[in-house]
Design a binder for this molecule. Structure first.
Ligand code: ZN
Length: 459
């Protein structure tokens, strides 16, 4: 048995200040991050649960945790180290950096998100990751191939995301190979749908770890194979009250009492290689049955007029296209590999290297001060373009929600950086594209939100 926790929160920071504003409903805490830290991250870290589960911690959340609650952050990092010492393999997985729906991203953005996720993990945990969690488990072959070519070995998916070569369902109790082009492969683990869903959504079944372990044994119907229970990590203590104790008891005593051995994907791969090929069902995800429409054209999972989603995405794509062209143009005189430079910019974001030093690594000539200034502003513009695609802004029902406003704020910050770099103002084009996206709740448009965000910032 493997329990995998996907630990992640939408970025709640005001994009301009980096601070989380007070959030009603989180009382007695200042905001939901602090509430969830107190109910879930800290107690699970204190109980040693991170040492026995498989987990991924979203880089943007890990960044916040490291700054606000370094003791909890370090406990989680140490858990992976200890697990590695005991089992010869870490139990942390990387995550694509900005929680972007990668199949909907442009090819080079996929590579950047994966590279940034790998770099953040390696910096935090002190070793390269073997596996990567895909935001919303959204997968296509292009994304898996990019992961494989960057040294990753596996990911986790749901059973409905793969088929055997005859089009039939695949046994989720073992890992499989997805064949990429050129006879390359990536291993996929499949979560057990029934166990995962019952653990996440049936509090009656998880009131006692002994009860849940007995139910799993009776449900498994077999004494071999791998059962992966993958769910939001916040289930343990936040979504489900006091389930950190359930998790500890399940991992330390109850699972083994009924005959399970607790393992992780990396640990399991050390002893069992995949033997069969499966076919990926592309453009699918774990939290919605409508392919990737939820983050693109909208789907029936959310109410109201969902046309704003594609219009917002189109506005962002056009902005990103303009920023990319300006960036490439500015690089031409000095930088041989602009997109490798953008990938390397994560080291500036992580504070490992200063911007001018990074530029020197990517240029054979001495770059004048003014060109250095322009390039660094354009790299910041690229960084905010990556942040504006954070999937939470396209997940919920309405354009007016804070997650979407934050994405529009990131877009405005990219516009600001372009202006600082080149003097060009991209806001007229972006505002006009955003005008097409309309909230069905408040009737305000993306342009209204953009103007509001910018005015707020000035104030
Ligand atoms: Zn849906």
């Amino acid at each position: 048995m493997c329990i995998h926790g996907h630990f992640y929160q939408p970025p709640r920071e005001n994009p301009f200040t980096g601070l989380i504003p007070p959030e009603p409903g989180a009382e007695p805490f200042e905001n939901f991050n602090e509430k969830i830290h107190s109910e879930c991250y800290r107690p699970n870290a204190e109980l040693g649960n991170f040492e026995l589960i498989s987990f991924n911690f979203g880089p943007t959340l890990a960044h916040w945790l490291e700054a606000q609650f370094p003791v909890t952050h370090d406990r989680i990092v140490m858990s992976d180290k200890r697990h590695r010492r005991t089992f010869g393999v870490g139990n942390g997985m990387a995550q694509a950096y900005n929680h972007t729906i990668l199949p909907l991203a442009r090819h080079r953005d996929k590579a950047t998100q994966i590279r940034w996720g790998i770099a953040d993990f390696a910096h935090r945990f002190g070793h390269a990751p073997e596996g990567m969690w895909l935001p919303e488990m959204a997968a296509d072959i292009d994304t898996l191939a990019a992961m494989q070519s960057l040294g990753l070995r596996y990911t986790l998916l749901c059973p409905h995301q793969v088929r055997d070569p005859n089009g039939d369902w695949v046994d989720s109790r073992m890992p499989h190979y997805v064949r990429l082009s050129d006879n390359r492969y990536l291993t996929v683990f499949l979560r057990d749908e029934q166990m995962s869903n019952r653990l996440a959504f049936d509090p009656g079944l998880t009131a006692s770890a002994a009860h849940f372990a007995d139910w799993c044994r009776d449900t498994a119907h077999t004494d071999s194979g791998l059962f992966i229970i993958a769910t939001d990590g916040e289930t343990f203590g936040h979504h489900q009250h006091r389930r950190q104790h359930f998790l500890r008891s399940l991992l330390r005593t109850e699972a083994s009492r009924v005959g399970f051995q607790v393992t992780t994907p990396g640990g399991y791969l050390r002893r069992h290689s995949p033997t069969r090929d499966v076919v990926l069902v592309e453009q699918t995800a774990w939290s919605c049955a409508h392919g990737l429409a939820r983050w693109n054209t909208g789907c029936a999972c959310t109410s109201g007029d969902q046309r704003w989603k594609l219009r917002l995405r189109t506005a962002f794509d056009r902005l990103a296209g303009s920023v990319d062209a300006l960036y490439e143009n500015e690089c031409r005189a000095w930088i041989d590999a602009p997109w490798k430079l953008r990938d390397g910019y994560i080291n500036v974001m992580l504070g490992i290297i200063e911007g001018p030093d990074l530029l020197r690594q990517f240029s054979s000539r001495a770059i004048p001060t003014e060109a250095t200034r322009r390039l660094l502003h354009l790299l910041e513009a690229e960084r905010y373009c990556q942040a504006m695609y954070t999937s939470c802004g396209l997940y919920f029902e309405d354009l007016g929600r804070i997650e979407t406003r934050n994405n529009i704020a990131y877009a405005s910050m990219s516009v600001d950086q372009v202006k600082l770099a080149t003097g060009l103002d991209l806001s007229p084009g972006l505002r006009s594209d955003l005008a097409a996206a309309k909230s069905w709740v408040t009737q305000e448009t993306g342009q209204d939100i953009y103007d509001n965000v910018v005015a707020h910032r000035r104030a």
